[in-house]
Design a protein. Sequence first.
Length: 145
Amino acid sequence: MAAIRTAEAVWEHDLLHGSGRFKVGSGALPESPISWAARTESSGGKTSPEELLAAAHASCFSMAFAAGLGRAGKPPERLQVTATCTFDKEGDGWKVANMLLEVRGKVPGMDAAAFEEAAQKAGAGCPISGALKNNVPIQVKALLE
C-alpha cells in the first residue's frame, strides 16, 4: 500500500516583502514561518524548502544506507548524515544546484572501501535521490570511523 503524506503552505503578499508558513499533515513539526529573505540570505530562525529538502534527503539516505548495510550482514552501530542543499541563482531564476551527502559511520567488521561502496549505492538508490536524479547533482562523501 502506498504511503501518502501531505504538507500545506500559505503565502501572503509579494515575493520580496511577503511571508508565509507551512505545516505538515502528521503534526510532527510545528507550523513554521518561511520568507524569501530566509531562503536566499540569512535564515533568521525561519526555514526554507531547501533546508526541508536537505532534512528529507539526510533522513532517507540514512535509512537506505542502514538497510543496505543490514542486507550485507554489516548493520551499522551509527550513521551520522549531513545533507547540504545549495540554492543558487542561475540566469534569471533560481534552482537547487547541488546536494552533498556526507556520512560518518561506525560499522563493525567493515573496511573503508566497502563502506564507501555501500554509501555510493545508498546515495544512488534512496527514494529522495531518485526524485532528484537527472535534475540535481548529488555527491556522497563517506568516512568510516
